[in-house]
Design a protein around this ligand. Structure first.
Ligand SMILES: *[C@@H]1O[C@H](CO)[C@@H](O)[C@H](O)[C@H]1NC(C)=O
Ligand SMILES: *[C@@H]1O[C@H](CO)[C@@H](O)[C@H](O)[C@H]1NC(C)=O
Ligand SMILES: *[C@@H]1O[C@H](CO)[C@@H](O)[C@H](O)[C@H]1NC(C)=O
Ligand SMILES: *[C@@H]1O[C@H](CO)[C@@H](O)[C@H](O)[C@H]1NC(C)=O
Ligand SMILES: [Fe+2]
Ligand SMILES: [Fe+2]
Length: 722
């Protein structure tokens, strides 16, 4: 596909959206660009680094073929990704690479499956819920049949299928460990407050599967915790799967297939705004019951190992009422949603994308012990290289602009590039449109000296190479322009604004380190005047972001704090109180049980205001610097944990105020009551987190600061007389 530099067709719009996304990414990344450039050497050959402390030596038995070398390189590459994807706030530079890896693997899987479409889910050309249900059921029946045959073989004296003795069982568990230690991660990034409100019911019902993977915040039921305990029966010092040490060869974990499958799982949810249907399709396959799960449940006790992890999955991942059924419902709801809101063509595309995600998961379970040429795929993509050059160019401009405190040197239209990229202004839709427009004009017109001739040539090549992003088989498969959702639906999180924010206000908080007590349940004393909704609403919705990212890596939620955060988020989303037994069956799955988002939308309806499409939308109508800063802080949930906790605590007081003022018609009395009970549950969880933080820990000081900052901001919503 050849794309000239004239800007008339829709594709070019998309290109500009593309440019725009890149610029955005660029802004986010520009501070860490140097490390980005280092890390983006995709061939991995000179970057085996940290976990081995030195480059791997050629093993004593040197690999005999290039093929083996390729496998080893690929293995190391996935191990590194595994670590970084679970520590994103320390490694944001990995995000654009992760996207390319995702597209490359997804495309390879689709290419494979398209060769014999009649033998897999691609045989279902059009979505039909009944047919899908039959298809999934027949898959399960196959697995069950195979299991019955296996059982009769065993009964007539046949050998075990997975391992023969205790030692082999250990080896088998070590082999599959990388995947099991991120159980749930394929939905880890789903629950984002920045997702469109209309998708909220689908996000919520799908996210319920995620929290059940995390035992709904009950440690004894936490899948990763259960698997860790199993491994610790013979590897007592096993480190957390989120640490670098887990990669050390001494633990003999994984092989190429399982490290790759684990990375696939960590990657698939990383871009919920862009790849939601793929995530739903992945979920639908991944949650189906596999033969080896059933076999392991039988064979582990025979060699005196605990089979609880596998028994649990036999009961929880069933197609009748468990996760597999929930997963199919979510996918069907999504297609229905697309059909109702965007029409049949969009619904068809949605179905293909769900199929793509399904195939992506199933493909990982094939016997791929060999390399898949990921480096060739990544490096051959000239477009990516150009994209990196473009990133570098924009970065250097931005850095220059910041250094000079003067954007006038890099003018695009009537503003400097730095002004265009001001985070607050950048949120506004009109602002974005205007920027794109100016960029077009610039491009069509003369150079103004902001870019050198060679830089412009790079842009030109880059734009022409746009087609090669589409050459990912994935794009032709879904038969769609890239990218259906290629719009800015995220709010740029600028490290810069975050640190400015924190230091600027520091002095106010030196004396505020004390921890407030007993906030919830008490009346807040001064009875609040009617709040100013244009101040309150942005804060109200944004409060959901504070701890949302803390849980994306399941391995980080196996301790008391992690579990408390899971329960906190469940209460915030409006889920019922946790049973001690997680079954995936009993919980009401509708969005009837509203959470903070639904109460926010109710306030909007009660006040007869127009319903915003998303938080970003709301923030462009009611800009809030504080809300933007909250979003920014929440993108580093570990580093900012204390502050985020303190802010969350302050917002519980806001929830209390709103629930109490229900007679002033913010909420219906029933909702007010329910909100109060959710606030109480959230409060208990935050208390548990606080108790776990030792005295003298910096996070306690941060807690006080976060609390005071948010409290002061909340107060402003109520202080103005109406
Ligand atoms: C089930 O197994 C049979 C025979 O092994 C096979 O022909 C059929 O395609 C399988 N069905 C599915 C949905 O995999
Ligand atoms: C998986 O692949 C390996 C290496 O390619 C091969 O030795 C093995 O037999 C295969 N196993 C199955 C079940 O196909
Ligand atoms: C609410 O706050 C906004 C922003 O500070 C202000 O412009 C507006 O006048 C306030 N509305 C009322 C009713 O006080
Ligand atoms: C919950 O699980 C425990 C074992 O973990 C079991 O003994 C108990 O009967 C279960 N309770 C229910 C209500 O299923
Ligand atoms: Fe699980
Ligand atoms: Fe599951």
């Amino acid at each position: 596909m050849s794309l000239g530099i004239d800007f008339s067709s829709e594709n070019h719009q998309l290109i500009f959206c593309g440019i725009f996304v890149i610029i955005c990414t660029c802004t986010v990344l520009h501070l860490s660009l140097r490390s980005f450039q280092t890390h983006s050497k995709l061939d991995g050959s000179n970057e085996f680094i940290e976990m081995g402390r030195k480059r791997p030596k050629r093993p004593k038995t040197a690999p005999t073929s290039n093929c083996e070398w390729a496998s080893m390189r690929e293995l190391e590459f996935y191990k590194k990704l595994y670590f970084k994807l679970q520590n994103l706030e320390e490694h944001p530079e990995i995000i654009p690479i992760a996207r390319q890896v995702f597209l490359a693997l997804l495309s390879e899987a689709l290419e494979d499956y398209s060769k014999a479409p009649d033998t897999n889910i691609l045989s279902m050309k059009h979505f039909d819920k009944g047919a899908l249900s039959l298809f999934l059921q027949s898959h399960q029946d196959n697995v069950t049949d195979q299991y019955h045959r296996y059982i009769s073989r065993r009964q007539s004296g046949g050998p075990r299928a997975l391992f023969q003795d205790h030692q082999e069982a250990e080896d088998w568990l070590r082999k599959i460990a990388p995947l099991k230690l991120v159980d749930g991660a394929w939905l880890g990034h789903l629950n984002k407050i920045t997702m469109p409100f209309s998708l909220r019911p689908i996000v919520k019902e799908t996210w319920q599967v995620f929290t059940e993977e995390l035992g709904n915040g009950n440690r004894d039921q936490h899948h990763v915790k259960i698997f860790e305990d199993l491994l610790r029966e013979f590897e007592p010092d096993l480190p957390s799967p989120t640490t670098k040490s887990i990669l050390h060869p001494r633990y003999k974990l994984g092989n190429l297939k399982y490290w790759r499958a684990a990375v696939a799982q960590l990657i698939v949810s990383l871009f919920p705004h862009e790849f939601l249907p793929e995530m739903l399709g992945f979920n639908m396959h991944f949650e189906s019951l596999q033969l080896d799960t059933m076999q392991a449940a039988k064979e582990l006790p025979e060699v005196h190992l605990d089979a609880y992890y596998f028994l649990l999955h036999v009961s929880i991942d069933n197609g009748h009422s468990g996760h597999a059924a929930m997963a199919m419902e979510s996918a069907a709801h999504y297609i229905q949603h697309m059909s109702e809101t965007e029409g049949e063509v969009a619904a068809e595309t949605a179905w293909r994308r769900i199929q793509a995600g399904y195939v992506f998961s199933e493909w990982q379970f094939r016997n791929y012990s060999q390399a898949t040429h990921i480096f060739a795929r990544l490096n051959d993509n000239a477009h990516d290289k150009l994209e990196q050059n473009v990133l570098a160019i924009f970065s250097s401009k931005i850095q220059a602009a910041h250094r000079l405190h003067c954007g006038s040197r890099v003018k695009i239209g009537k503003r400097s590039l730095a002004e265009w990229l001001e985070p607050e202004s950048f949120l506004a839709k009109e602002w974005q449109q205007e920027f794109i427009q100016s960029l077009k004009l610039r491009w069509g017109g003369k150079m103004y000296g902001a870019f050198t001739k060679s830089e412009l040539e790079t842009f030109e090549l880059w734009i022409n190479s746009m087609g090669s992003d589409q050459s990912h088989f994935y794009y032709s498969f879904i038969d769609s322009n890239p990218h259906p959702q290629f719009q800015i639906s995220r709010i740029p999180n600028l490290d810069k604004s975050e640190s400015k924010f924190l230091t600027a206000k520091d002095e106010n908080f030196e004396t505020a380190a004390s921890i407030p007590s007993g906030l919830v349940g008490k009346s807040s004393g001064d009875s609040p005047t009617n709040p100013n909704l244009s101040l309150l609403l942005p804060l109200w919705f944004t409060q959901c972001c504070l701890l949302e990212s803390f849980v994306y890596s399941p391995g980080r939620t196996t301790d008391t704090i992690g579990c408390a955060v899971v329960r906190f988020l469940r209460a915030q989303s409006g889920f019922e109180e946790e049973d001690s037994n997680v079954t995936g069956i009993d919980e009401p799955r509708t969005a009837e049980n509203g959470g903070i988002v639904e109460f926010g939308l109710e306030m909007i309806r009660q006040a007869s205001l127009p319903t915003p499409q998303s938080l970003c939308n709301l923030l462009s109508d009611c800009p809030s610097e504080f809300a933007t800063n909250m979003l920014s802080l929440s993108s580093s949930p570990v580093r900012n944990f204390g502050i985020l906790l303190g802010m969350s605590m302050a917002f519980l007081e806001l929830q209390d105020m709103v629930s109490e003022s229900s007679d002033s018609s913010l909420l219906s009395p029933k909702s007010g009551e329910r909100l109060a009970s959710l606030a109480r549950r959230q409060y208990l969880c935050l208390q548990i987190c606080l108790q776990e933080i030792p005295t003298g820990d910096e996070r306690r000081v941060d807690f006080g600061r976060g609390y005071d900052m948010a409290k002061a901001e909340i107060k402003k919503c109520f202080s103005q007389k109406v």
